[in-house]
Design a binder for this molecule. Structure first.
Ligand SMILES: N[C@@H](CCC(=O)N[C@@H](CS)C(=O)NCC(=O)O)C(=O)O
Length: 214
């Protein structure tokens, strides 16, 4: 299996954390994609993933799987022990819901802030991100606010339970970790009063799969 990936970016990191959690790093070869040069917006890459984003998983039969959640779902099912995406219908549904909230309210919000409200990745990459749109900076700033509100929501969740989806670490935690990484590279730190979110984040940063992702 191959993963088209860019080291240091939050979405590929989510898959690398999942691989470390599952002990599957050895089964995967990583192929680096140059985001700064917009390699992922060229026809050869778009044929694998029309969204033009990393990561993309290539299976040995030529199937391409994009979307972090779909890739994690695949790896989590390989050993018949779904530790990241849940076993029972209820576990699977709650993890899916909380993962979507983390993705939408923090990761995508802060990702939009990064691309539209800050200088972003590189001038070449940002050419693909509507550079001439007059309202881009204002929208980026609104997305930052949305991301901070998302942090407030997760602080309230983590006041009551140890992990984002309940009692166990899951894909939902991985997605929130990715969101906070986007916040960090955009200089949108967690507000100091969000103590439960901050404590959870410190704990996550010490977790072996997060400290040493694949
Ligand atoms: N929905 C996608 C998002 C992937 C994504 O946005 N990846 C970023 C890297 S962190 C990317 O490729 N950005 C380049 C761009 O948007 O042009 C997923 O879950 O895999």
């Amino acid at each position: 299996m191959r993963i088209f990936d860019t080291v240091g970016m939050p979405n590929p990191l989510r898959v690398r954390i999942a691989l470390a959690e599952k002990g599957l790093a050895e089964r995967v070869e990583f192929v680096q994609v140059d985001l700064a040069a917009a390699e992922h917006k060229q026809p050869a890459f778009l044929a694998m993933n029309p969204e033009g984003t990393v990561p993309v998983l290539e299976l040995s039969d030529g199937t391409y799987i994009s979307e972090v959640a779909a890739i994690v779902e695949y790896f989590d099912g390989l050993d018949g022990n779904r530790t990241l995406t849940g076993e029972s219908p209820k576990e699977r549904a709650v993890i899916h819901m909380m993962h979507k909230r983390a993705e939408r309210e923090v990761l995508y919000a802060m990702g939009n802030y990064f691309h539209y409200g800050t200088p972003g990745g590189s001038p070449t990459l940002e050419t693909y991100k509507a550079p001439h749109w007059a309202g881009r900076k204002e929208w980026g700033a609104l997305e930052r606010e949305r991301g901070i509100n998302g942090m407030r929501y997760f602080d309230s969740v983590l006041r009551k339970q140890p992990y984002v989806a309940g009692e166990l670490f899951s894909l939902a935690d991985i997605s929130l970790i990715g969101g906070l990484m986007f916040a960090k590279i955009s200089n949108a730190e967690i507000p100091a009063e969000l103590e439960s979110l901050t404590a959870w984040h410190m704990r996550m940063l010490e977790r072996p799969s997060v400290k040493h992702p694949a």
